[in-house]
Design a protein. Structure first.
Length: 169
């Protein structure tokens, strides 16, 4: 149970039974390694401590862990049906023209063919044009450059999702 000295932010995550906490963290990031690292570091005294643990776990993900994390993200412009998180995060694509949607589909497919995974970007607050420009720019990267950009973008997404988890308390 939450003690009177525990700030309300991470209290619910701290108090969840292990399977429920793991499931909640897995909703934030599809990497099992990432979720287990955060689970093992409980309890969190503050939201900032939770965010720092999330950042550290993201920095330590192996290439295989990154692949697992990316597999949990739908392509830009095609949020998972019935998934309010991906719909909310990709809101910038909602008003995109049919021409822009078609271009994003082409770019997503070309990116996936080159790198072997979805184009991952922290879409929150970005317009469809900004996301198109980003994929057009990043498709020229080497796999090594792109892996580190993906790690950075995943870290941004994880922080936003952790903040939402904490705010639900």
């Amino acid at each position: 149970m939450t003690s009177p000295s525990t700030p309300p932010g991470p209290a619910r995550l701290n108090d969840l039974e292990e399977p429920a906490a793991l499931a909640a963290l897995h909703e934030v990031c599809a990497s099992t390694t990432w979720a287990k690292r955060l689970l093992a570091a409980r309890p969190y005294a503050t939201a900032d401590a939770l965010y720092a643990a999330g950042d550290a776990a993201t920095a330590e993900l192996t290439a295989q862990d990154l692949e697992e994390a990316m597999a949990g993200h739908p392509p830009i412009g095609r949020p998972k049906p019935g998934d309010p998180t991906s719909a909310r995060e990709q809101r910038g694509m909602a008003g995109a023209s049919e021409e822009l949607r078609s271009r994003m589909l082409e770019l997503n497919l070309a990116y996936q063919e080159k790198f072997g995974h979805v184009f991952l970007i922290c879409a929150t607050g970005r317009t469809a044009e900004q996301m198109r420009d980003a994929v057009e720019e990043r498709i020229g990267n080497s796999p090594e450059q792109e892996r580190e950009i993906v790690r950075t973008e995943l870290g941004k997404i994880n922080r936003i999702r952790l903040a939402r988890l904490v705010e639900e308390d």
